[in-house]
Ligand binder design. Structure first.
Ligand code: SF4
Length: 419
């Protein structure tokens, strides 16, 4: 029988954790002052490893005064799974095209024809790949708007002149080109069908598509996903399941603070866990907080608080199976990412030494050295991974020629060789 009181005592008497919580105004209270229903549920989870949806929803009501108890439970899972290891990847970000047929209210990525290049030309993609590889990056993160060829004739014509019918065709061709360099493509195309994914698999060891939210309500007029055909949750779930059938190691995740409520947040995580239970291919989920920027439709929307993020991260760690890594983007949480590590996070995502985050251009990446120093101060070991996690580095998931190439980059732990 695991005691919550004992676990919390070990957690909160660690000097580093105590100082961290205090500096973020997170109180460390005695168990007697916490509502019995929360104590009961956390002890139940500690001993049975499972809670019902209703019980998880009750835990979303945890106030600030008791959140260190939720953290210690999620941190315990992370610790048992990963010990003192935190991972990240070194990447270059290639926004292959910033045209998009969707109109998300939080977007800062999309441009219209005439506001910039229709796409990044192949020679520029290749130059970036070579430069990134020289600087030691191992991940080439391809990102694009969703299906712009459906809305923009000028873009369709441009693709046609290059011998491509779609953004997917172009991204696949660029992935194949760049795989020849010392770097691995990780494509985030958007909605994709099985045939496209199968072609991607030949050059991508892993890929990604955020679920963002399971809420269809967000597609209503005035909501974040109004007029966004590619944000229809069932279409996104279908893509993630298609990838599952092909056993493509997959990065997914949710957005926090785009108008969803707690019930929808928990249901989104439960859905990702359901898909992973069926296919086993979800290598990580990203918990990404909405970050308002001047000029966007959601400019005035409040940002998620540390408490919102801690609870979402901790519940994600409690819900998701052990094979799933949990990530928060450190550039969107530069002052709080250690709080999230102690709430269950074990990965700090793709950090770019050479490109800005085009999706969140105002949020610079923390320098890798700085991040390493912080992590070390807390007694962790920061290891670089490929876009594909060590657990998925096998021919069961990735094509033989990519697998053989990957082996040249990693040591026997599956992380990038430190020499
Ligand atoms: S799908 Fe992406 S690029 Fe398109 S509008 Fe939404 S956030 Fe912007």
């Amino acid at each position: 029988m695991i005691s919550l009181a004992k676990l919390h005592e070990n957690f909160s008497t660690n000097d580093n954790i105590r100082e961290l919580l205090t500096s973020h105004s997170i109180p460390i209270n005695k168990i007697e002052s916490i509502d019995n229903k929360f104590v009961y549920l956390l002890e139940k989870f500690l001993n049975e490893k499972k809670l019902t949806r209703d019980e998880l929803l009750t835990l979303t009501q945890m106030p600030l005064s008791g959140v260190s108890f939720l953290m210690c439970v999620a941190n315990n899972i992370r610790e048992n799974l990963k010990g003192n290891l935190i991972s990240f990847s070194k990447n270059v970000f290639i926004p292959l095209t910033q045209l998009c047929r969707d109109q998300c209210s939080y977007c800062t990525f999309k441009i219209e024809p005439g506001e910039g290049a229709l796409l990044i030309e192949p020679e520029d993609v290749l130059e970036s790949a070579k430069k990134a590889a020289e600087l030691g990056c191992t991940e080439l993160l391809f990102v694009s708007g969703d299906k712009p060829e459906r809305d923009y004739e000028v873009y369709r014509d441009k693709l046609k002149s290059m011998g491509h019918k779609s953004t997917a065709d172009y991204m696949i061709s660029m992935s194949e080109l760049c795989l020849e360099e010392n770097i691995f493509p990780h494509s985030n195309l958007g909605i994709a069908n099985q045939d496209e994914l199968l072609r991607f698999k030949n050059s991508n060891p892993s890929m990604g598509l955020m679920l963002e939210s399971i809420s269809e309500r967000l597609m209503d007029e005035g909501m974040a996903h109004y007029r966004c055909p590619d944000k229809y949750p069932k279409a996104r779930i279908k893509t993630i399941c298609n990838a599952g059938e092909l056993q493509i190691p997959w990065t997914s995740g949710i957005l926090i603070g785009i108008g969803e409520n707690w019930e929808e947040r928990v249901d989104s995580i439960l859905e990702l866990n359901r898909i992973n239970t069926e296919y086993g291919h979800i290598q990580e989920i990203i918990i990404q907080n909405f970050n308002p920027k001047p000029g966007i439709k959601m400019e005035g929307q409040p940002v998620p608080t540390d408490l919102d993020m801690i609870k979402t991260v901790a519940l994600s760690r409690m819900i998701m199976s052990n094979n799933v890594n949990i990530q928060v983007p450190p550039n969107l949480n530069s002052k709080s990412y250690m709080l999230h590590v102690f709430s269950g996070v074990n990965d700090l995502g793709g950090v770019s030494p050479i490109t800005i985050d085009y999706v969140n251009p105002e949020s610079p990446w923390p320098q890798i050295d700085l991040m390493q120093d912080t992590i070390l101060e807390f007694g962790f070991n920061l290891r670089e991974r490929l876009p594909v996690y060590p657990e998925y580095l096998s021919q069961n998931y990735i094509e033989k020629h990519i697998y053989e190439k990957a082996l040249n980059f990693v040591d026997d732990t599956g992380f990038v060789r430190e020499d």
